[in-house]
Design a protein around this ligand. Structure first.
Ligand SMILES: [Zn+2]
Length: 268
């Protein structure tokens, strides 16, 4: 599933191709995504100019003027690509033609993605703090951990209503980097833990963005390149393999229904 670094990579990849371009034509082949694409989507988007590309949580947001944003969510299996899809490629649901001969397409075999024109952030659901933004800090983690004392620290990190975009891969990796057991209750976090954890979350996300996102689970960025990050994983899906720090076998448990991986020696 595309996570924050992958979505950030898509934004950075498409931005130079689309900024300043006008939308000439929009073809919606399949409306039935997680929520249906609205019937007037194509007519409202056509003729507008793309002024900027930004990411909020796991949405790609294209500013198309008048306070309107073309919002794209990749869901479980979505790709938002520059260029023409290969002929007969299945699951291409939306095609967009821009001036200057630029084309975009949205492909999503599992159709958990979203495509909409958003007039305000409220259209995107309840979104927490950006982990790479100014509001994310040890102080924030400390106050969240006091308000959610009974949940595990991993569950807290992955609650998108509190902090957006820290999915399962990066929650596992950040907790390893910070030396904290994923199942530890928030009540047992110290201030020093929250300082290490805030640094670790930023570190793993920034490193993943620098290596163009993970290519786990069939992810490709908008130019079709696989990410390099999976080669840098320390715990995620490495159960039974030696910890890269201390050689102790990595363990797996299930927290909140998600596979959770940690080193029993490095993480306390
Ligand atoms: Zn270890």
């Amino acid at each position: 599933m595309p996570e924050l670094p992958e979505v950030e990579t898509v934004c950075r990849t498409i931005a130079p191709h689309v900024i300043g371009r006008r939308v000439l034509a929009v073809t919606v082949r399949e409306r039935r995504l997680r929520k249906p694409i609205s019937a007037d989507f194509a007519s409202r988007l056509t003729g507008r100019t793309i002024h900027a590309v930004a990411r909020r949580a796991k949405y790609v947001l294209l500013d198309v003027g008048d306070g309107l944003r073309w919002a794209v969510h990749l869901g479980m299996s979505g790709r938002f690509c520059v260029g023409d899809p290969p002929p007969d490629l299945p699951h291409v649901h939306v095609l967009v033609e821009l001036d200057g001969g630029v084309r975009l397409y949205f492909r999503d075999p599992r159709r958990f993605g979203l495509m909409l024109l958003s007039e305000s952030e409220a259209d995107l659901g309840e979104l927490g703090v950006e982990p790479l933004g100014e509001d994310f800090s040890a102080e924030l983690l400390w106050s969240l951990s006091r308000r959610h004392r009974r949940v595990s620290v991993k569950t807290l990190l992955m609650d998108g209503r509190l902090i957006v975009g820290v999915g399962n891969i990066y929650a596992n990796e950040a907790l390893h980097h910070a030396g904290i057991r994923p199942g530890r209750r928030c009540a047992k976090l110290t201030r020093a833990d929250t300082v290490r954890l805030a640094d670790a979350v930023r570190f793993v996300l920034e490193r993943a963005i620098a290596s163009r996102g993970s290519s786990l689970l069939d992810y490709r960025d908008a130019d079709g390149n696989a990410g390099e990050f999976q080669r840098m994983l320390h715990v995620y899906e490495r159960d039974g393999a030696a910890c890269r720090t201390c050689a102790t076998p990595i363990r797996r448990q299930v927290i909140g229904g998600r596979g959770t991986f940690y080193c029993p020696r490095c993480q306390r």
